[in-house]
Design a protein around this ligand. Structure first.
Ligand code: 2AL
Length: 165
């Protein structure tokens, strides 16, 4: 959708564009209400700060839409297609790498009680495994901050992908 169309869309239509980027209503509503944006850059800058900070419940709800790294969702939803494209550089045909990621995911879930989340776009499997290994050493509070940042990064990249000039 072009920015001009997004700027003048009714709130329900704006929400159908925003929600697959990040399933946090406070974020969706804040961006929708701040329209019109003079440029894509202004929109993305606003989205990077909107609804800061997320509550724990918001993070938890938004996380539910992110499959594990290495698990490409087959669903036909906008979110599933975005996730597949974000993970396109994550090559899991290397069985050893796939196994290491799967084990890392399990260790992370056991320690933190949620799926390991990272902005996957532009990252390869070894880079993600390194980050996963490093983040496993964090405290829950440190991970809370990182996860909220990663959700935001993913959301802004998604928005960049769906709103054209
Ligand atoms: C994802 C995802 O679906 N897209 C992305 O950038 N990262 N999943 C994840 N568990 O980190």
């Amino acid at each position: 959708m072009k920015l001009a169309e997004f700027n003048s869309a009714d709130p329900a239509r704006a929400a159908t564009v925003l929600k697959p980027c990040l399933d946090v209503w406070r974020w969706v509503d804040a961006i929708s209400a701040a329209r019109p944006f003079p440029s894509r850059r202004a929109l993305l800058a606003f989205a990077a700060e909107a609804a800061e900070p997320f509550t724990a419940a918001e993070v938890e709800a938004a996380m539910a839409h992110h499959p594990r790294i290495g698990e490409r969702p087959a669903a036909g939803t906008a979110e599933a297609s975005m996730s597949r494209s974000e993970q396109s550089a994550v090559n899991t045909t290397d069985a050893e790498m796939a196994q290491a990621l799967a084990q890392g995911n399990r260790d992370y879930e056991e320690k933190f009680g949620r799926v390991f989340l990272i902005r996957a776009a532009g990252r390869t499997a070894p880079e993600i495994l390194d980050a996963l290994t490093e983040r496993l050493a964090h405290s829950p509070a440190e991970e809370d901050t990182i996860v909220a940042q990663q959700l935001r990064e993913i959301a802004v990249l998604r928005l960049e992908g769906v709103i054209g000039e």
